[in-house]
Design a protein around this ligand. Structure first.
Ligand SMILES: Nc1nc2c(c(=O)[nH]1)N[C@H]1C(S)=C(S)[C@@H](COP(=O)(O)O)O[C@H]1N2
Ligand SMILES: [Mo]
Length: 312
């Protein structure tokens, strides 16, 4: 049998062989393996059990196929580099992500800076999530990361902290899009504290078992799978616990089109287009958009009693 040259092995093939290994191996072996491929994990830290529904190779909890690595890394929204999705990857290729620190502060008992070494020590786990962009397309992405709640626990939020505010790096020399004065930089996002503490909410540091590429928000970005993709703020340098609801980049840019919550909701149209269906990148037929992007069982209770038309 002919050997495939290493240079021709795709990230998907590598990923699938690793995944087979992870699914088949014991929890301890899995965490050791993850350290071996560059994502540090303390050997003794407990590995979260894989939900059986996720154990199916290469698909999410609904059985939807993973979007290819090439697509995930060459069809991006990252306005700091370009408004053109296909050109973000090349414009971002020399983006400097080392050294990197995230300053975590505001209404907390123990404000501190985290370097990437500190952050990679949080138990890394795989989460296969659907990403639903507000522009009505979607992808299925195998992230590596850890629950944001683990980071927040370290700084001890005070009782008057109600929201979490996230901020992307401001560096127009490296990020040409930040010279565009139409937008107010840096990119800012926010979550209610209970949303931020929810187990589905992660800080992602990798995808397809590899470190996050710059175009996807290296070295660390937020992923909130039941909300529109724009809540997933990239290349984060600052996280603050605050009392007032933060004004996000999109709320400032187009206040009548984007609200704070941005929960995926097929029943609430964007003022300029319907949100009832979406195009899975790589597929032809449109799919129905699911309430909370299909994560309603886990998150709907966060919004009981709220009018989701008003709180869009
Ligand atoms: N800093 C920053 N974060 C951002 C954006 C951006 O322009 N700047 N775009 C958002 C939008 S609209 C989407 S859909 C997702 C896209 O993530 P991806 O390119 O990794 O698929 O990133 C979000 N995070
Ligand atoms: Mo988006």
């Amino acid at each position: 049998m002919e050997k495939i040259p290493v240079s021709e092995i795709t990230p998907e093939q590598l990923y699938l062989s690793r995944r087979q290994f992870i699914v088949g191996a014991s929890a301890l072996a899995a965490s050791a393996f993850l350290s071996a491929c560059g994502v540090a994990t303390p050997a003794a830290s407990p590995q979260r059990a894989q939900p059986t529904s996720e154990a199916k190779q290469g698909s999410d909890d609904l059985g939807d196929k993973l979007t290819p690595y090439e697509t995930i890394t060459h069809y991006n929204n990252f306005y700091e580099f370009s408004l053109g999705k296909e050109e973000v990857a090349s414009l971002a290729q020399n983006f400097k992500t080392n050294p990197w620190t995230i300053q975590v502060g505001g209404l907390v008992n123990k404000p501190r800076a985290f370097g990437m070494d500190d952050l990679l020590k949080f138990t890394q786990e795989e989460r296969i999530y659907r990403l639903r962009c507000v522009e009505a397309w979607s992808m299925v992405i195998p992230w590596m990361g850890f629950p944001l709640s683990k980071l927040l626990a370290q700084v001890e939020p005070q009782s008057n902290a109600k929201y979490v505010r996230f901020q992307t790096l401001l560096d127009p020399k490296q990020m040409p899009g930040q010279n565009d004065a139409y937008f107010k930089w840096p990119y800012v996002e926010g979550l209610r504290l209970d949303e931020a503490m929810h187990d589905l909410t992660i800080l992602a540091t990798g995808l397809y078992g590899k470190p996050l590429p710059p175009q996807d928000g290296a070295p660390i970005r937020l992923v909130v799978p039941w909300k529109y993709g724009f809540k997933g703020v990239k290349s984060i340098v600052k996280i603050d616990l605050v009392e007032e609801m933060p004004k996000s980049f999109w709320m400032i840019s187009a206040p009548n089109e984007y609200g704070f919550y941005a929960n995926v909701n097929p029943d609430v149209s964007h003022p300029r287009w319907s949100q009832a269906s979406e195009r899975r990148i790589g597929e032809f037929a449109r799919r129905k958009t699911l309430m909370f992007n299909g994560y309603g069982d886990q998150v709907a209770q966060l919004y009981t009693g709220m009018d989701l038309r008003k709180n869009f």
